[in-house]
Design a protein around this ligand. Sequence first.
Ligand SMILES: [Zn+2]
Length: 129
Amino acid sequence: MIETDLSAAALATMGAVFGLLIGSFLNVVILRVPLQLNAEWRRDARDFLGLKAEASAPLTLARPNSRCPNCKVPIRPRHNIPLISYIFLRGRCNACAEPIAPQYPLVELSLDYYCLFCLSLWFECRDGL
Ligand SMILES: [Zn+2]
């Protein structure tokens, strides 16, 4: 059994924050991996056909920084806090006021719920032994 000095509330808070962060990262993966695969396919197709390569900045999970899909303005770090920024901005882009897709908070909340569920199972196991 793992002894800890942290209270259940502190662990639950850390679990909730962890879930939101993982959810935010999953949103990046959901958005960028298909774009990366498409860019790779286009590069391979142009190479196969002997065409000149397209000049484009490489897209990774870390770069470039997140941008509004509508106005392309980079999202400031304070506007990129999972779920909290969505609520603070009332679901709209800070630059152009275009609605932000509900997918982002829903994925973050889903992962948050999953992390808290796993944490509750861990508490049950810990207390049951
Ligand atoms: Zn915008």
